[in-house]
Design a protein around this ligand. Structure first.
Ligand code: FMN
Length: 144
């Protein structure tokens, strides 16, 4: 049975909390979900999926985390064409440029950014964020 894979990197747990809310939404919609930390992601199995959610906070100076997530993303660039990709991540003090750049990268890979943009949350997700993230999970499930 097809499932939604949620692949994420999180240093202090904020993006991880977002991933869990998205997973809740997928399950609410009656679909299967797999939460995968970026260090455990298998590019060839992800290449078989139709719908994938990718999460990473803004790190460095408005970039993806560089030791695990960026190398993974470089591998994914070559295999995600045609897929539906949900993007999410937490940030601190910045202007969310990392998310805008990430969306552009997904489009350049020939994939679709679900809802047209990623969900960027300042710090830890609050109640409203949780609802938005669960809704993304339901949307992703509907795309399976
Ligand atoms: C090394 C480092 C670099 C960061 N760079 C940025 C940045 O450029 N822009 C920004 O908005 N937040 C930046 N942050 C803040 C994180 O994005 C923020 O703390 C986020 O909530 C961390 O998410 P996590 O708990 O999933 O690791 C940085 C944090 C660290 C530790």
């Amino acid at each position: 049975m097809s499932k939604v894979s949620i692949v994420y990197w999180s240093g202090t747990g904020n993006t991880e909390a977002m991933a869990y809310y998205i997973a809740e939404g997928v399950k609410e919609a009656g679909s299967e979900v797999e939460l995968i930390t970026a260090d455990m992601a298998n590019v060839s199995s992800l290449s078989e999926e139709k719908v994938v959610a990718l999460g990473c906070p803004s790190m460095g100076v408005e970039v993806l985390e560089e030791s695990v997530m960026e190398p993974l993303m470089c591998d994914l660039d070559g295999v995600i064409g045609g897929k539906q990709i949900g993007l999410f991540g937490s940030y601190g003090w910045g202007n969310q440029e990392w998310m805008r750049d990430w969306e552009d990268r997904i489009l350049a890979d020939g994939a679709t950014v679900v809802n047209g943009e990623g969900i960027a949350v300042n710090g830890a997700p609050g109640e409203n964020d949780a609802e938005e993230l669960k809704a993304l999970g339901r949307t992703l499930a509907g795309l399976l």
